[in-house]
Design a protein around this ligand. Structure first.
Ligand code: KG4
Ligand code: ZN
Length: 335
């Protein structure tokens, strides 16, 4: 079969990213501009600012990516673009850029769900084997997804309230850590001790998760300590918090793997960068002889290589969009 080169565009949140991936697994070039420093001072992503930054950057990044790949648009088989879930104003910038590129150059336009991108980030590290269980953990999502084969997504459990990344960011904020707080909490967790008692949230037999109670428990703990005039040992709190998160994620994931009789686990989404979660799943999977794949760090957070990788399989199965393609901020995985 002829090689397929997908140019992927990702702009669902605060990263403008363009990538070219060959045959769904070989990264040729990726150029990403992150706006983290701009949003930092507001404590979170400001949608209006994010859209404006995407507009400013997207065309330049497309050009840079082609240049880095030493390719022209003629070498590209199809254009893949994230159309949801995410911030509407941000998504629309990528969508309009992709539509224009596809229309002017007469290329197929392939719509990609951002969450499938996070899952297919694993394909850039090692080829996905089926059936598999995917633990999708990001700033907006916490889901267990069963996949019988490519592009067959069955969501078997999800968070009932906050996403795990959102919980990390909120806990970080309580102890005055800059957005996004996940990486700092993760680092501190490895430097502190588990000394603060925190409840294991939704410790039941379902595959669902809940993180808002844990967040409230941390807020109450911090307030109580402050009222007593005690200083918060931030590294110990980070460690205690992370241990609870890791315990509940690992417990439910391993149960899902057992119940669905799969031998392959992949972890996806920005929180997949978490060292505590990686270490625990590595150990549990080793014990249970499960093949574990976690994307490279740079493919864990939002990037277009994962969109191009997912876009390749979407392209093969004939997914196409026309110029009416619109953003869908709450796009579901199993739709
Ligand atoms: O997937 P992503 O880049 O964006 C979304 O689609 O949501 O995930 C961003 C989230 C943020 O909440 C960030 O704090 C979290 O991933 N994150 C981490 C780590 N690195 C990023 N959370 C915990 N530990 C980390 N090392
Ligand atoms: Zn994401």
């Amino acid at each position: 079969m002829k090689d397929v080169y997908i140019l992927g565009i990702e702009s669902s949140c605060d990263e403008t990213s363009v990538s070219i991936v060959k045959n769904g697994f070989e990264e040729i070039a990726t150029v990403t501009n992150t706006q983290i420093d701009i949003h930092k001072e507001y404590g979170g992503v400001v949608p209006e600012i994010a859209s404006r930054e995407h507009v400013k950057n997207v065309t330049i990044i497309i050009e840079e990516c082609l240049k880095e790949a030493n390719m022209t648009i003629d070498d590209i088989t199809a254009i893949a673009v994230t159309y949801g879930p995410g911030l509407v104003g941000s998504l629309l910038v990528g969508i309009e850029a992709a539509k224009t590129l596809a229309y002017v150059n007469n290329k197929p336009l392939v719509p990609v769900n951002h969450m499938t991108g996070h899952i297919y980030a694993n394909n850039l590290t090692s080829r996905m084997s089926f059936p598999l269980m995917a633990l999708v953990i990001s700033g907006g999502h916490t889901e267990l997804v069963y996949m019988k084969n490519h592009y067959q997504f069955k969501r078997i459990g999800a968070t009932l309230d906050d996403a795990v990344g959102e919980c990390y960011d909120k806990v970080a904020r309580i102890i005055n850590v800059n957005y996004p707080g996940g990486p700092t909490i993760d680092k501190w967790a490895h430097e502190g001790n588990d000394t603060y008692p925190l409840p294991l949230p939704l410790n039941d037999n379902t595959y669902n998760f809940s993180f808002s109670g844990l967040k409230s428990a941390v807020i109450n703990l911090v307030h109580n300590e402050e009222q007593r005039g005690n200083e918060i040992r931030k590294k110990d709190l980070a460690c205690s918090f992370q241990n609870v998160v890791v315990e509940v994620l690992a417990k439910k994931t391993m149960k899902a793997i057992k119940d669905y009789k799969v031998n392959n686990l992949i972890v996806a989404g920005g929180v997949a960068a978490n060292k505590g979660i990686r270490e625990r799943l590595e150990s549990d999977c080793r014990k249970n002889k499960i093949n574990l794949t976690v994307p490279e760090f740079r493919f864990c957070t939002d990037n277009a290589a994962m969109i191009a990788a997912s876009g390749y399989y979407a392209y093969l199965r004939g997914d196409r969009a026309d110029l009416t393609l619109n953003a869908n901020s709450s796009l579901d995985l199993d739709k």
